[in-house]
Write a protein that binds this ligand. Structure first.
Ligand code: ADP
Length: 453
């Protein structure tokens, strides 16, 4: 049964629509509406036809029975006969129904729905065809009303309508039809024109967006090239500083005093750190640009892998780490790894001397996002610096106290933003820290869009 209905529907849609028209056009939707009307009208008209024919037979109006059958046959032809243009099908369809309404008017007068049908078909002409056919229908409506008016006045035709109406009441009723059809003919096309402009605007915006995305991709590639070249070129002189310092040290071994060795050490160390900073900056610039492949990722095993990397630090400090039940989500695994690695390494690192680190990772599903938190019992952060710690190269300690470059949390912030989320810290000095972050469900749903970032 379902298959039969599908074949029936597909045949009508194939005949009554133009496949090549884009969806961004009023004509496309006009055709869709026409095909849908034909699809549903055929079974409906068969249902209506049975009592209609019975009543027509009972009151001996054979002309109506004939007209009903001709109309049904025309609609069937419109739906199923191949090789007719969609435009001609629309003309035939509207013409057949229009004729039925005039026949009804003729035979049934105000007992039947003739005038109502005429108005309904005027609207359908406007919905399925262009405005000029609306004008034509308005003209026909007017002529038919005038014809019946003249017939009433001069008595030159006989019909139930003419028996029922007085001339003045006919003028009152029929002028309403003409008036309403006129309003429809003027106003409905305005709606379609508005829709068409909206479609065109949307099409233009789509083109612009595609151009911008293409532009962005080119710029990204250029930037990647630029970043790579810069880092390569900047590291070259650094390598020279380092190797000449090493040479200096080797060549003048024993001739240089302790102070000179100390200075050489600082110079080498500075060059080394600058090299690291350049690497970190390159990594930072790549997040959201180069690493964009989204995958369904089990965060439990992702964090498990990171704990393996951090094993030496964990064992040395005898850290106690508990992991809650983490979800499996669509994320960029490469950046998510960097993210958890940075936060966990910090939680292990920023501890008072000799203290056993106690760290926990939890995840909670909220209305619009997944919220994660990493809690530690470390040295904490004064609230004054809560925002600043996420800035590039921002450090709260000297390198003698804790090693680091100040890029870890800046990178984390960028990764969270890539996942359309947020990151913040709740902490007080000497009271441990809770780093919380979110991944919005909007990101998880539109992962393909975000993956283009
Ligand atoms: P880095 O660790 O390389 O210095 P980060 O960007 O990771 O750089 O951190 C910035 C600063 O934030 C750190 O210098 C440190 O002072 C502070 N910080 C980060 N994580 C913690 C933590 N878990 N507990 C206390 N302080 C932290």
């Amino acid at each position: 049964m379902k298959n039969l209905w599908n074949t029936y529907k597909t045949t009508i849609y194939r005949n009554c629509t133009v496949l090549s028209i884009s969806q961004n056009s009023v004509y496309y939707w006009k055709n869709q509406l026409f095909a849908a009307t034909v699809t549903f009208l055929i079974p409906m008209s068969i249902i209506v036809l049975v009592p209609g024919i019975y009543m027509a037979y009972k009151f001996s109006v054979t002309g109506m029975i004939l007209s009903d059958f001709i109309t049904l046959a025309t609609i069937l032809a419109v739906a199923f006969v191949p090789g007719i243009s969609v435009f001609l099908r629309k003309l035939l369809f509207n013409g057949a129904l229009y004729t039925t309404s005039v026949v009804m008017l003729h035979y049934l007068g105000s007992n039947g729905p003739g005038l109502l049908y005429m108005f309904a078909i005027t609207i359908f002409v406007l919905v399925s065809l262009d405005q000029q056919y609306g004008y034509l229908t308005l003209m026909l409506n007017t002529l038919i009303c005038i014809y019946f008016g003249l017939a009433l006045y001069y008595g030159f035709a006989s019909s139930i309508l003419l028996n029922e109406y007085q001339l003045d009441s006919w003028i009152a009723v029929s002028s309403n039809l003409v008036f309403l059809s006129g309003i429809a003919v003027f106003l409905i096309p305005k709606l379609f024109n508005g829709l068409q402009s909206a479609f065109e605007e949307q099409e233009q915006l789509k083109d612009k967006l595609e151009d911008s995305v293409e532009n962005l991709n080119t710029k990204n590639e250029e930037l990647e090239q630029f970043a790579y070249t810069i880092s390569h070129d900047l590291k070259e002189p650094l390598r020279m500083v380092r190797s000449f310092m090493e040479l200096l040290k080797k060549k003048y071994e024993g001739k240089l005093d302790r102070k000179a060795h100390e200075y050489i050490h600082y110079a080498v160390d500075g060059a080394q750190r600058m090299g690291n900073n350049i690497d970190d900056l390159l990594e930072y610039s790549r997040i959201g640009r180069k690493y964009t492949t989204v995958e369904l990722t089990d965060l439990n095993s992702l964090v498990g892998g990171i704990l393996k990397n951090l094993k030496p630090d964990i064992e040395e400090s005898k850290a106690e780490i508990s992991i809650g039940n983490l979800p499996t989500l669509h994320v960029v695994p490469v950046t998510m790894k960097i993210f958890f690695q940075n936060l966990l390494a910090n939680a292990l690192k920023y501890q008072p001397d000799g203290q056993q680190p106690v760290i926990s990772i939890e995840a909670e599903e909220k209305d619009h996002c997944w919220q994660f938190s990493i809690t530690d019992n470390g040295i904490g952060i004064d609230p004054t610096y809560h925002d600043q710690v996420f800035a590039i190269f921002k450090r709260l300690h000297t390198r003698d106290e804790f090693s680091g470059s100040g890029m870890g949390l800046a990178i984390c912030k960028k990764i969270v933003e890539q996942h359309l989320g947020d990151i913040w810290v709740e902490s007080n000095k000497d009271k441990g820290s809770i780093f919380s972050f979110t991944i919005t469900k909007q990101y998880l749903q539109n992962k393909r869009v975000s993956a283009r970032h």
